[in-house]
Design a protein around this ligand. Sequence first.
Ligand SMILES: Cc1cc2nc3c(=O)[nH]c(=O)nc-3n(C[C@H](O)[C@H](O)[C@H](O)COP(=O)(O)O)c2cc1C
Ligand code: SF4
Ligand code: SF4
Length: 271
Amino acid sequence: MIKITQNTKTTIYYFSGTGNSLHMAKTLKEKLNDCELIPIAGLINQDSIIATSEKVGFVFPVYNWALPKIVADFIEKIDLSNIKYIFALCTKGGPGRQYVIPMMNSLLKPKNKQLDAAFLIKVFSAFILAGHNPMHSKEKQLKRIKDAELKLDKIVEIIRNNEKGKGKKGSIIPMKGTYKSFIEKVNTEDENYYTDEKCNGCGICQKICPVDNIKLVNDKPEWQHKCQQCLCCLHYCPQKAIQFGEYTPGRERYNHPHIKVKELINQKQVV
Ligand SMILES: Cc1cc2nc3c(=O)[nH]c(=O)nc-3n(C[C@H](O)[C@H](O)[C@H](O)COP(=O)(O)O)c2cc1C
Ligand code: SF4
Ligand code: SF4
């Protein structure tokens, strides 16, 4: 099926695991006006996707210095030949330039396109699958989110004015090798997930997984090995019953203060 979107001047395609990117995408949409938000998870299984708005933006988290697999697959799939202006806004948890911008440009190159503008915004990392460091306090999370929001005003002006070549710096470190091994393993990393005795079979994990990677069998989640490693199930289980290896038991979980569970559940709705 061919999907055409042409209702607004700008279309933002987004992916979000724990809510940071969705919140940035929503705030950007409000500030830009004449802009629609489309979830990548809701479109990824379409055979063909044609974008027809004037401008297209991709908003998503940085994974392993680069792109979530679903976002890379989506960019390969989408037809952008009608698009006059392409931008990316990537949320991240760590410092540094990352490899995501050069990686995106290499995905766009076969389409004879490149990013006109790209922005990396540090928000907050809830990656608790390794190490024992505590999560940031709620106050620090809110401050980071506020600081990130404030950066959007300048970005909105750049996009409105069709400014090109902004913020396109990327790491010069060749990260292709480590990214390749991340992509090769990402779908089956869910073998390390399990539930503890707190699981009450509520089914939220099944509903919220953006790629339908969880099946409830006898009221317990079973992971289906098409995981994106977005951590949504782990953080949004109301009982904190989902664990990954040895690092997650007893550690705090992250629920985005401005994003509702329902909004994350809606992410996989076919649009
Ligand atoms: C699997 C995974 C890999 C990540 N890799 C990076 C990384 O390489 N660099 C970085 O700065 N943040 C990294 N992060 C942190 C996320 O980019 C950051 O928390 C982001 O804001 C999450 O967005 P979301 O809430 O929309 O999912 C990673 C997070 C996950 C889950
Ligand atoms: S969300 Fe948590 S409590 Fe509910 S079924 Fe899934 S693992 Fe169990
Ligand atoms: S199983 Fe969990 S970590 Fe994997 S894609 Fe679904 S919600 Fe994300």
